[in-house]
Ligand binder design. Structure first.
Ligand SMILES: Cc1cc2nc3c(=O)[nH]c(=O)nc-3n(C[C@H](O)[C@H](O)[C@H](O)COP(=O)(O)O)c2cc1C
Length: 185
C-alpha cells in the first residue's frame, strides 16, 4: 500500500507527524511552503527532520515529480492538516502545486483522497466546496478528535485521530472499539 501525506499551512501539524509515525505503509511526504512554516512555529520542527521517517519527500513546487502524473500509482493521499485555501483550490480544479495536483489525480483516477480540514468556524464557500469534493469522491475528515476513548492528553487525541485516518485508508489497527460481539440489552 502506498500513501502520500500532504501537509498544508493550517494549524495541527502535530496530527500529521503522529500519522507519519503510525502509518505502516510505504509513505511519501510533501509539505506546502506554509505547511513547513506553521509546523516550525507549532512544533519547532523542520521539514527535513521528517525525511528519515518516510520513504521519500517531494517539493510542493515540483510539478514534474512522479506523483504529479496519474501513471504513477498511489493508493491514498491524506492532506493533513488541510487549509481552507487548499480545499477551495482543489474544489475549483486548481492544481498549481504538487499537493493540489495529486488531489486532482486522486479524484480523476478514483483513488482515496482524505481531506483533514482544520479551520473554525467555516464560511459558506468552504462548506459548499467541501460538499462538492465529497460528491466527487473525497472524504472530508475534519481534525476533530473525540474524547470518548478516554483521551486525556493531546497525544491521546493525536493517536485516536490517526487511527481514524488509518481506517479510512484501509489500515485497521488492532485496537478498535467495541470489538466484542454486540448483545441485546
Ligand atoms: C500560524 C498560522 C496558522 C494558520 N492556521 C490556519 C488554519 O488553522 N487553517 C487554515 O485554513 N489556514 C491557516 N493559516 C493560513 C494558511 O497558512 C494560509 O491560508 C496559506 O495560504 C495556506 O497555504 P497552503 O494551503 O498552500 O499551505 C495559518 C497561518 C499561519 C501563519
Amino acid at each position: 500500500m502506498r500513501t502520500i501525506i500532504g501537509i498544508t499551512g493550517a494549524s495541527g501539524s502535530n496530527f500529521a507527524v503522529n500519522l507519519i509515525e503510525k502509518c505502516p505503509s510505504e509513505k511519501y511526504l510533501v509539505a506546502s511552503k506554509w505547511g513547513k512554516r506553521v509546523m516550525h512555529e507549532e512544533l519547532g520542527l523542520k521539514f527535513e527532520e521528517l525525511r528519515s521517517m518516510v520513504d521519500n519527500t517531494f517539493s510542493d513546487s515540483d510539478l514534474a515529480s512522479p506523483f504529479a502524473s496519474g501513471s504513477n500509482y498511489f493508493d491514498s493521499l491524506v492532506i493533513i492538516p488541510c487549509s481552507i485555501s487548499t480545499l477551495n483550490k482543489i474544489a475549483s480544479g486548481i492544481s498549481d502545486s504538487l499537493i493540489t495536483r495529486m488531489a486532482q489525480v486522486a479524484l480523476k483516477e478514483r483513488r482515496r483522497l482524505i481531506i483533514a480540514l482544520r479551520e473554525t468556524p467555516l464560511d459558506s464557500i468552504t462548506l459548499e466546496n467541501a460538499l462538492k469534493l465529497s460528491k466527487a469522491g473525497a472524504i472530508i475528515a475534519p481534525i476533530s478528535p473525540g474524547v470518548y476513548m478516554g483521551e486525556s492528553s493531546i497525544k491521546d487525541m493525536e493517536n485516536t485521530f490517526s487511527e481514524k485516518i488509518l481506517s479510512l485508508i484501509g489500515v485497521h489497527p488492532d485496537k478498535g472499539w467495541r470489538t466484542e460481539k454486540i448483545k441485546d440489552e
